[in-house]
Write a protein that binds this ligand. Structure first.
Ligand code: DGP
Length: 134
């Protein structure tokens, strides 16, 4: 995609701090420079988000996420990772090239990665009824 910033980063037309690359995926530091090393993992094949991604791209991306996560925990002194994705404007996606955020975590690092959500007044049974995949 000509006007996609992540496509430009993948092609080297825009600079990035590369963490990992293979034939199908690219991982680089998020420009926000927050947390303890905020990494983005993207497929090289352009798609907007999880809703239009090809299965093969999802497979390749999740494999890269695991590879980097193992590296972070086995070689870089981290104890765990958070994996986050926003798909769609309503989900606060801001760059429309599929990407997963990896946030390396240490025990008691004090990072607040998950927002605390308001309680849903509906019962779990009612929610199941409206959301279940048949
Ligand atoms: P999201 O809100 O989930 O769509 O995340 C988009 C992320 O992309 C956001 O954390 C900031 C990051 N980002 C935006 N533009 C650039 C850029 O030009 N370079 C890098 N490295 N990251 C970017």
């Amino acid at each position: 995609m000509d006007d996609c910033i992540f496509c430009k980063i993948i092609k080297g037309e825009l600079p990035s701090y590369k963490i990992y690359e293979d034939k199908f995926t690219y991982a680089f530091l998020d420009i926000s420079n927050d947390g303890n090393g905020h990494i983005l993992v993207v497929p090289k094949h352009h798609c907007e988000n999880i809703l239009d991604a090809r299965e093969e791209d999802l497979e390749n991306v999740i494999k890269t996420i695991q590879k980097i996560s193992k590296h972070l925990t086995q070689n870089c002194g981290f104890d765990g990772v958070n994996i986050l994705n926003a798909s769609g404007k309503s989900a606060e996606q801001s760059v429309f090239h599929l990407h997963f955020h990896i946030l390396p975590r240490k025990d008691k690092d004090g990072l607040k990665v998950f927002p605390s959500l308001t309680k849903n007044p509906k019962s779990l049974k009612d929610i199941q009824k409206s959301l279940k995949v048949d």
